[in-house]
Every structure is written in structure tokens, then in C-alpha cells.
Design a protein around this ligand. Structure first.
Ligand SMILES: Nc1ncnc2c1ncn2[C@@H]1O[C@H](COP(=O)(O)OP(=O)(O)OP(=O)(O)O)[C@@H](O)[C@H]1O
Length: 930
């Protein structure tokens, strides 16, 4: 397409926007304004979903004042059409395309039918199904959460559902390592994009995770992010050129790139491994400043970290500050609130756990604030301790206090069902060459020397042979990893590969992929510390600590590579160490003091703070008595701290992060929705459009463009075969198959292709039904209400595109109930094109008369639909607005922007609903043969 400013286009995916005007064109991007919806869109020019509107001689159109014109001749000036057209008074004048009205013609099917341009029954059937299914999908309660190729894991869907319904979500996803924060973020992004709340998303992640995010977003969520490397990011207006961008956060250090990203608008910014954003009262890191500037420019923000508080309360506060600067604006106040919560936590525990809640407990909770709603809810609950009253009280507490709405954190202990972690230690004798005081004694030595004498090398070789299974080996230094890998591969002939910061991202990915190949891949992956963050290696069950890290949180990150969702076996943690050295001290301290090998360790940072000095002393003196005392004191403190954490457990946070019954309910409803999969619908579409399809295996098919394919743009289909399945389990097993759900771009693309084009909108069917009079003619119409408003206004929630179907006989009788789509399908007969044309031509006046009756009936339903939609919008949006306003009185956690966004949304919705029109989607002439 060649675009010029002033040309008129329709959005093929958002017809309700009306007719748009191109307002800006550069070599990659175009901007288009839709006056009817007062909405603007920016598209990449090479794949904009737009269709140019041009008229030819004989066509009619209306101008902005609603005057109708008939085209006599079309000329072109600088890429713009000028229509020589006759106005209603018979005067002929040139009308530039800019003057064409902004509403789309809603009667195209009739015009097509009367021009004799007719399709067969199967096309009408496909159109009807597309309209019905599109409406069903958009009305689905969990719209946007059902398409991704992921297993239906309750805690993830609970969070995603909770967050995705917010107008501008700004939250911290802080589940423990490996519980699926990336998946939760993907679900939220997917839902926000599908329901139009977000269009532009920027994901910023550590360099090592760029590719993994790219693949996860594509394979699991069908989201095509553009990866920006330095060169790409430095292009002029680089960040305007794509809607979905993935970038390494190291690039923000280049001011030009950072400024360029800041000059673009973002609906959603996603930052992974957010604990790297260091902040303290005395020093704010550059990384933090960079993200802070971007976060200010984005309406939504998702921060991901597995260690929200462990690295200190200051950092935790600073990240919450990024999410909501007004709410989290004083560190001292934040610390006091946390302390206050601790005071009432046992009362909250009792409320949550107890079948009969005591008066003292409720009195304690009442002291939390002088909130009158809280007092009322407590009173109601006191007089009748039902589950429903309890739930209302708990929901109110979650909403009004603490970090509830902002922070989500699921833990293994709350979720359960994870495999065991088993320590397999091996004491070794330290070679002379190594010092006793270093965790990495080989560092700085000549590799030819240390590799010869290091007993860990022999130990590894034996483990390799004995286990015959994948082994992930982590070393602190990349030099060690590199030397070890080369030695094992070249000198010992083992099947190994390396992963360290000296490799490019592509090399790292290649290496990770080689390790993950279960048939011909490497058996050993030797990583430096960078392999311990974010990566997915849960297909392996053995991890070797070639050395130990100096902080327990890093140990947890390392183990987290295997201890992740999808791990099917217990995890063996192999720890070789040199007896009588610092290595043994650390191993014992982690194992016997912190229990850090067997359990996820939440007390690490606190114990490091308390015991680091004593630990250093033990290392310095190597005195066994001192070490024993250190370990025994640490263990006691650890237990006490755990008990304290348990007692002061933020139950409100836990409940905000997952309520199992509700979470399961979401899963069941999604399962119910997908029970009726899109196979039948897609088969009809494949048949109509001439797409080849062959059975591959159970519930799996191979699909490719057929020789007779009717369109060049059937979504997702090319000459190259693709394999599709409708089964979630099968799709999870085989990521190379397309998982066709109702939300898959191929399925929604087919619905759009059919509904937004002429396919099946004017049809003819011959039927044979002996219960009807032979030769009778019927007209069937499909109408939908059309609200010309931006998708983000969410009008479809209140005014669904309900299909209004009517069948009227030649003598004006209503046959809608009797002649159902199914009935017509079952009684259809073959008929030649020539006869179809003949009937339409000869019966045009009668058909028009019957069509007008059907249309009148459809219009009479519109007033009712508008009324219901207005009532629904009032009810739902007023409820949401009032709830937020009331919450804001007690909890500054609620941002004014959220309330404003809802108020604006309500106004936009109601205006659009009031000006709703009825659109003829399709017309079919039916004749009962003799
Ligand atoms: N619902 C799911 N369906 C399929 N795979 C999943 C699901 N949830 C998580 N996984 C897989 O489990 C692994 C861990 O998930 P993810 O990477 O999202 O966790 P994380 O919390 O972000 O981890 P980390 O703390 O290491 O960054 C990944 O391989 C992911 O693909």
C-alpha cells in the first residue's frame, strides 16, 4: 500500500472506529485519525491492518453533513481521490475524499445482493458463526486469559485475572523463584492487548534473558516482540516504529537510547529482575533512575523480582515507590506501617483461620483504622459469622490496608506440590596448590596447573559417568567455567557446553538449547554465575555447586534454575568441598545453620547481616569450636526468625496473591469455555477458503495453503505446512505446534477476515422442506449493533455485538424460530449460479420489501439493547468508580489516575452507546424448492 496524508482507510480489525484519515506518513510508520471514534492509531506501514476506501462510478456515499452523492467519475491528485459526484439536488461537483462522512456504510450487503454478487450457503453459515463466536469470545469472563499455551496453574490465573482487569495496572509480581512471574506478566500483557487497554508495550530485561523472553512471549502467548539491539535502538524514532519492544536494560546507559525511548508513549512497561534497581537513602543507582524515568512515562508498570524484601527494606520501598510514588513516598512511614501490621497480624490470622472468631480479635482489627465501612462490616460479621460476611470483611481489609493491591507474592509453602531438594555432599582433600581461605581457590592460578590437581574435576567425571543424566554446574567465575568446560570436553571427551558472560547472547542461547536437547544435547552445562538468574533448566534434576556463593540468596537463585514449575523429580544438589577449608564452613553454615539446601530460604539476608562478622572470624581462624558455635547460634536464630515470620505472616498479602477456591473457579470456567473448541468452526473456514488440511495424529492436523486458496491473506497460513492442535496438553508437549484456541490469532483472524469483509454477506440458499409451501421465498437478515468507539473504552462489555437474526417470508410472516441456521443447513440443496442470479433479478422488488420488514424488526430491538447497555454501563462502572472513591478515602494506595480513567471510560462508553446504530451484517434469500 502506498500511503498519503488525507487518504481514507477502514481498520479491518476495528471496523467500529469508522472511516479514518491518514495524518502522518514516514518511511516506516503511519498515523491515522478516526474522527467518529476520536481515536488515533499508529501502525508500522508494512503490516497496517487497513483497507483503503475508494468508490467507483455508480457507487453512492455520504459526506460529513449526511448528504448523499452518486459517483460519476474518479480522478486522482497527489495520491488523493477526487469524486465527480451528483448531489441530491442533481448538481454535479468535485468532492475530495477528505469530505466523505466518517461513519461506515452499514448497508453494504443489500447493495451487494441487489448487484447480483451472491455467495453460497456455506459462506453465510461461516459468517453467522463468525459473528456469534466473536461475540461469545468478547463477552467471555476471562477474555484474554484463555489463549496462551500454558498449563492452567491456579495461582497464576488468580493474579492475572486480578491485575488484568485494572485500567492501568502497576504492580510488583514477586512470587518465589520459578513459580511463574514471567508467565503471570505474559498473561497480563496478553489480556491488556486483547481488550485494547494496552497497545504499546516495552519489556526491559537483563541481557542474558532477552532471548528467553522473546521465545516465551512468542511460543506461549503468540506475541511477536521486536528485539532492539544497540544499532536498532539508535535509529531515528526507533521506539515509535513498533508496538511491542523487548530490550536489554544495559542499553539504557546510552543516553541517546534512553531519551529516544522516553520520547515515545507506553501503555505498559515490564521490568524483569527488578531487584537490580538499587536504591538507598544515600545512593540511588543509575539503573533505578533510568527505569524511574520510563515508569513515569508509562501508564502501566509490571516489576518482577523473586526477592522483593530480602535485599533490604529500602530497596523494597523504592520499587513500590516506582509503582505508586504518591502512596509510597516516605520510607519512615512505610517502615512504621509494616511494624503496625505486625502488631495485628495474629488477629488477622485468627480471622482467616478460625471457624469462630473471638470478640477480642475483631476489636483488635477494628483498631486498625476509624474507617466506618470496616466498622460496619465487623458488626455484620459479629452478628452473623457466615462465610460470605467473613469474605467481605477480608476483601475489604485486603483492599484498604498494606501493600495489598500492589504486591503479589506466592510462596512454595503456600502453593505446595513442589519436589524435594536433596543435598548430596562430597568431602574432598584440598590440594597443596589451593588456599584454605578462598571459596574459589583456583582463581588467578594457571589453569594447566589447577585443572591437573583439582579433585573436583575427577569427582565431576565420575558423577557424569555414574548418573548418565543432565548436570547443571555452576561456578562463580567465568574463567573457571571456561577452563573447566574446555578441559572436560577436549581432554576428557565429555559432552559439555559452557554459558558465561564472555559469550554473545546468541552463543549463550545456542549453548542453553544444546543442553536442553534431550536426544543429542550436551550432558553437562557449565555456567558462571549469570546462569543462575532467570533461566529455565527444570528438565535437569541435578545441580552441582562447583563452588558455593557468598550469599544465601544467590544459592537460592542457583537452585531455582531446577526448582521451577515443570520440575518432575526431586532435585539433587551436589556439593563437593574441601575439608577443613572455608568451603566446608560455608557448606555447613548453609546446611546446618540456614537449611538453605533443603528449603527455600527467606531468612538469608537477615542472618547474613547478623552473622557476617562471626563468619569472617571463623574463616580467618579456621577454629572448629568457633564454627560450631556460629552454626548452632545461626540455627537457633533461624528457627526463631522463621517462627516470627510465620507468626507475622502477611496473610492479607497471601490472600491477595491467591485464594485457592476462587483460583480454581477461574480454571474451571476456562476449561468449560474451551470444552467447545474451535475445530468445527475452523474446518468450515478451511473448506470455504480452500485451505488444505490433513490429519497428523490425535487431535492434530497439518494445514497449508491449497492450490485453490481464495485469499492471499488467510491468517497464519502459507505454502509451508504448519501443524495445529486444539488440545492444551498436546500443545504443551509440542511447542512447535500451533495451539488453536478461540483467542489464537489464526482463529480471531478468520473471524475478522470474514466479518470485516464481504464474505457471505449476501447469499442465496435453495432448501427442500416438505412442511413448507413449495416456491415460497424468505429473506434472512443478520444485524448487529455498532458502537463507533475505541476498543479501549470497553463498550463491548456493555453493548455486545449481539447478532439479531430474522427470517421473514414473502407474505411478511416471521419464520425465525422455525428456519434456524441448523435447519437450513440440513435442508440445503444444490443450485446453479445462473438460477440464483435469475431469481434475485426477477424478485428484486419483493426481496427488497421483505428485507425492509426484517430490518424494521431488527431496528425495533435496538432501543431495548441501548437501554440495557446503558443500565449495564451505569451499574458496572458506577460500582467500580464508587468502590475506588471509597477506597481512596482510607487507602492512598488507590491512584487518582485509576479513578479518572474509569470516569472517562464511563463517559466515552455512554456517548458511544447512545449513538449506536444497527448494521446489516448479512442478507440471504431462501427459496423452498418443490
Ligand atoms: N502455567 C505454566 N504453564 C507452562 N509452563 C509454565 C507455567 N508456569 C511456569 N512455567 C514454566 O516454569 C518455568 C518458570 O516460570 P517463570 O520463568 O515464569 O518463573 P519466574 O518466577 O519468572 O522465575 P525466576 O524467579 O527464575 O525469574 C518456566 O520454564 C516457565 O515456562
Amino acid at each position: 500500500m502506498s500511503f498519503s496524508v488525507g487518504q481514507r482507510y477502514l481498520s479491518t480489525t476495528e471496523l467500529e472506529l469508522g472511516l479514518g484519515i491518514i495524518t502522518q506518513v514516514d518511511h516506516r510508520m503511519i498515523e491515522i485519525f478516526f474522527p467518529a471514534a476520536e481515536d488515533r492509531r499508529t501502525y508500522a506501514s508494512n503490516n497496517a491492518p487497513l483497507s483503503r476506501i475508494t468508490f467507483k462510478a455508480g457507487d453512492t456515499f455520504s459526506d460529513r453533513e449526511g448528504n448523499e452523492y452518486k459517483v460519476i467519475e474518479v480522478t486522482e491528485n497527489n495520491g488523493l481521490n477526487i469524486y465527480l459526484a451528483e448531489d441530491p439536488n442533481g448538481e454535479v461537483r468535485p468532492v475530495p475524499e477528505l469530505e466523505i462522512g466518517d461513519q461506515v456504510s452499514l448497508n453494504a450487503p443489500w447493495e451487494r445482493l441487489s448487484a447480483g454478487n451472491i455467495d453460497g450457503s456455506q459462506w453465510f453459515h461461516l459468517r453467522y458463526k463468525s459473528l456469534l463466536e466473536r461475540e461469545r469470545l468478547e463477552q467471555a469472563k476471562y477474555y484474554g486469559l484463555m489463549g496462551p499455551r500454558i498449563s492452567l496453574t491456579p495461582h497464576q490465573f488468580f493474579i492475572a485475572n486480578n491485575v488484568a482487569n485494572r485500567p492501568c495496572p502497576r504492580v510488583l509480581l514477586a512470587d518465589e523463584v520459578g513459580l511463574g512471574k514471567t508467565i503471570e506478566a505474559g498473561l497480563i500483557i496478553h489480556q491488556q492487548l486483547m481488550n485494547g487497554r494496552a497497545n504499546r508495550v516495552l519489556i526491559s530485561v537483563p541481557d542474558t534473558l532477552v532471548h528467553q523472553w522473546l521465545v516465551e512471549m512468542l511460543r506461549k502467548f503468540n506475541l511477536h516482540f521486536s528485539v532492539y539491539d544497540r544499532e536498532r535502538a539508535l535509529e531515528p524514532e526507533a521506539f515509535e516504529q513498533n508496538q511491542l519492544i523487548l530490550i536489554s536494560n544495559k542499553l539504557w546507559h546510552e543516553e541517546e537510547i534512553h531519551q529516544s525511548a522516553l520520547s515515545a508513549n507506553w501503555d505498559l512497561l515490564v521490568v524483569d529482575e527488578a531487584h537490580h534497581l538499587h536504591w538507598s537513602e544515600s545512593e540511588i543507582s543509575e539503573e533505578y533512575r533510568h527505569i524511574q524515568a520510563l515508569a513515569d512515562k508509562s501508564s502501566g508498570l509490571l516489576l518482577l523480582t523473586a526477592t522483593p524484601e530480602q535485599l533490604g527494606v529500602e530497596g523494597h520501598f523504592a520499587r513500590l515507590h516506582l509503582l505508586d510514588p504518591q502512596r509510597f513516598n516516605s520510607l519512615d512511614q512505610f517502615k512504621t506501617q509494616e511494624e503496625n501490621y505486625y502488631q495485628i497480624s495474629s488477629a488477622i490470622n485468627e480471622l482467616v483461620d478460625s471457624d469462630e472468631v473471638s470478640g477480642e480479635c475483631l476489636a483488635e482489627i477494628k483498631k486498625m483504622s476509624d474507617d466506618s465501612v470496616l466498622a460496619e462490616l465487623i458488626e455484620t460479621f459479629e452478628s452473623s459469622q457466615t462465610n460470605e460476611n467473613k469474605q467481605s470483611l477480608i476483601n475489604h481489609l485486603i483492599d484498604h490496608h498494606g501493600t495489598g493491591r500492589v504486591l503479589f507474592r506466592n510462596t512454595r509453602s503456600a502453593i505446595k506440590g513442589f519436589p524435594q531438594r536433596i543435598l548430596q555432599e562430597q568431602a574432598l582433600e584440598k590440594p597443596e596448590l589451593f588456599s584454605s581461605h578462598s571459596l574459589t581457590p583456583e582463581k588467578g592460578l594457571d589453569e594447566r596447573q589447577w585443572l591437573e590437581v583439582d579433585p573436583r574435576v575427577k569427582y565431576l567425571i565420575e558423577l557424569y559417568k555414574q548418573l548418565k543424566d543432565k548436570l547443571l554446574i555452576i561456578c562463580r567465575n567465568s574463567e573457571t567455567a571456561l577452563a573447566l568446560e574446555e578441559h572436560l570436553r577436549l581432554r576428557e571427551g565429555l559432552k559439555t557446553t559452557a554459558f558465561h558472560e564472555g559469550m554473545s547472547i546468541i552463543e549463550q542461547d545456542r549453548s542453553a538449547a544444546y543442553f536442553s536437547d534431550m536426544e543429542d544435547g550436551a550432558q553437562l552445562l557449565i555456567c558462571s554465575e549469570i546462569g543462575s538468574e532467570g533461566r529455565n533448566f527444570q528438565f535437569a534434576h541435578h545441580i552441582v555447586m562447583y563452588d558455593l556463593p557468598a550469599h544465601p540468596d544467590l544459592l537460592e537463585q542457583r537452585i531455582g534454575r531446577l526448582d521451577r514449575i515443570g520440575q518432575t523429580e526431586d532435585i539433587k544438589i551436589h556439593v563437593p568441598y574441601f575439608s577443613g577449608t572455608v568451603q566446608e564452613i560455608y557448606k555447613r553454615w548453609y546446611d546446618e545453620g540456614l537449611f538453605a539446601f533443603s528449603q527455600s530460604c527467606a531468612t538469608g539476608e537477615a542472618l547474613v547481616q547478623k552473622y557476617q562478622e562471626r563468619l569472617n572470624k571463623c574463616i580467618e581462624t579456621n577454629d572448629p569450636a568457633l564454627t560450631d558455635a556460629l552454626i548452632s547460634d545461626t540455627a537457633k536464630d533461624n528457627q526463631a526468625l522463621k517462627a516470627k515470620i510465620d507468626a507475622g505472616r502477611d496473610r492479607l498479602l497471601e490472600l491477595n496473591s491467591c485464594q485457592p477456591i476462587q483460583a480454581l473457579q477461574i480454571i474451571h470456567e476456562i476449561e468449560d469455555f474451551e470444552f467447545d473448541d474451535p475445530k468445527k468452526f475452523m474446518d468450515t473456514a478451511f473448506n470455504c477458503f480452500g485451505i488444505d488440511r490433513e490429519r497428523h495424529s490425535e487431535n492434530t492436523w497439518v494445514v497449508k495453503a491449497g492450490e485453490q486458496m481464495l485469499t492471499d491473506h488467510f491468517p497464519g497460513v502459507t505454502d509451508e505446512a504448519i501443524t495445529v492442535t486444539y488440545d492444551r496438553d498436546r500443545a504443551l508437549e509440542r511447542e512447535d505446534f500451533q495451539f488453536l484456541t478461540w483467542e489464537h490469532p489464526m482463529v480471531t483472524g478468520v473471524m475478522d477476515l470474514v466479518c470485516d469483509h464481504h464474505y457471505g454477506n449476501a447469499a442465496f440458499s435453495l432448501i427442500k422442506d416438505q412442511r413448507l409451501k413449495p416456491g415460497t421465498l424468505y429473506v434472512e437478515t443478520l444485524h448487529t449493533p455498532v458502537v463507533q468507539a475505541a476498543k479501549s473504552s470497553q463498550c463491548y462489555r456493555f453493548m455486545p455485538k449481539s447478532v439479531i437474526r430474522h427470517v421473514v417470508s414473502h407474505d411478511s410472516r416471521d419464520f425465525t424460530e422455525y428456519l434456524t441456521d441448523q435447519h437450513l443447513h440440513e435442508h440445503r440443496q444444490k443450485i446453479s449460479k445462473a438460477i440464483r442470479h435469475e431469481v434475485i433479478k426477477s424478485q428484486k422488488d419483493l426481496i427488497f420489501k421483505v428485507f425492509q420488514i426484517a430490518e424494521k424488526q431488527a431496528k425495533s430491538k435496538l432501543a431495548g439493547l441501548v437501554k440495557t447497555a446503558n443500565e449495564r454501563a451505569d451499574q458496572v462502572l458506577d460500582h467500580e468508580i464508587n468502590r475506588l472513591i471509597s477506597l481512596k478515602n482510607f487507602n492512598p494506595n488507590i491512584r487518582q489516575e485509576e479513578i479518572d480513567a474509569l470516569i472517562n471510560q464511563k463517559e466515552a462508553c455512554k456517548t458511544a452507546i447512545d449513538s449506536c446504530q444497527i448494521k446489516l451484517e448479512a442478507i440471504r434469500v431462501i427459496v423452498n424448492g418443490s
